[in-house]
Design a protein around this ligand. Structure first.
Ligand code: CP
Ligand code: NVA
Length: 304
């Protein structure tokens, strides 16, 4: 059977995504009940990080251990990856020794290339273009609070970045309508928008996006790798802060999510994480459960 990868949300079909989220919620309850699970006993995950991380590293590493396996942290600084060994060679060697590989890197093409040469599943743990693991956690979190997200309206407020692109994929996969409000010059890629015209709309500002929405989502104004653009972005995005005032335009039961880390006083007001609609801590914990479900699906090929 061909190896399955998870490079974008489109690598799983809607039925598989739904089953995966159900399983993730089961794993959350099971783990919280203190039950021991050994589904990935003796399995090894290689984790390649070319950018910083807190949530992704902790959740994958803890997740593998909790399932009876182990995870290995590989940074370019201490491996031949940072000294110019070709991706193809690295992919052949690493994938001949482990059961799955997780990669956080810059150009998305790099992870495509690695996956093409890999004998084992490759997981995208964030590239410049997509962050699909975060979407698993976000969709799990919405379901756990409000049930199915199908036919809901989601407002993306801020940068048309990797998270926004993954929300665009999610709109199609999970059947919701996405309104995107970005400053001029920071919209998501035009071809991606055109492919999703039936479920994604670019609107003129944060208020229009938020009005009546069931979920508001934002992210940092300058992503990893864009540090030199920070001050220009601060100016361009100043009207795009998510605050309780903006939330008051949304549906009364609207939720707020942020993949974190958050910058209070920039993309969110200082009090936004404490808003009654904010589910950011639940969302962050769900990275653990959603990825444990993903690891079982990719490594074992089942969700039992
Ligand atoms: N949300 C997220 O991916 O966080 P980290 O950068 O800490 O992994
Ligand atoms: N858009 C952010 C997400 C961080 C989890 C970044 O790429 O830095």
């Amino acid at each position: 059977m061909a190896v399955r990868h998870f490079l974008t949300l489109n690598d799983l079909n809607n039925d598989e995504l739904t089953a995966l989220l159900d399983h993730a919620s089961f794993l959350r309850r099971d783990w919280r009940a203190g039950n021991v699970r050994n589904s990935l006993r003796n399995r090894v995950l290689a984790m390649i990080f070319e950018k910083s991380s807190t949530r992704t590293r902790v959740s994958f590493e803890a997740g593998m251990t909790q399932l009876g396996g182990s995870a290995m942290f590989l940074s370019p600084k201490d491996t031949q990856l940072g000294r110019g060994e070709p991706i193809d060679d690295s992919a052949r060697v690493i994938s001949s020794m482990v059961d799955a590989v997780m990669i956080r890197t810059f150009a998305h093409e790099k992870i495509d290339r690695f996956a093409a040469m890999s004998r084992v599943p490759v997981i995208n743990a964030l590239t410049d273009d997509f962050h699909p693991c975060q979407l698993l956690a976000d969709m799990q979190t919405y379901r756990e609070h409000r049930g199915s997200i199908a036919d809901a309206t989601v407002a993306w407020i801020g940068d048309g970045n990797n998270m926004c692109n993954s929300y665009i994929n999610a709109a199609r996969q999970f059947g919701f309508s996405l309104r995107v409000a970005c400053p001029e010059g920071y919209a998501p890629s035009q071809p991606l928008l055109e492919q999703h015209r039936d479920c994604v709309e670019v609107v003129s500002g944060p208020e229009e996006a938020a009005r009546g929405a069931h979920l508001l989502v934002t992210d940092v104004w300058a992503s990893m790798g864009q540090e030199s653009e920070q001050s220009a972005r601060m100016k361009a995005f100043s009207r795009f802060q998510v605050s309780p005032q903006l939330m008051s335009l949304a549906d009364p039961d609207a939720l707020f999510m942020h993949c974190l880390p958050a910058h209070r006083g920039e993309e969110i007001s200082a009090d936004m994480l404490d808003h009654p609609g904010s589910v950011v801590w639940h969302e962050a914990e769900n990275r653990l459960h959603a990825q444990k479900a993903l690891l079982e699906f990719l490594i074992l090929g089942t969700l039992d």
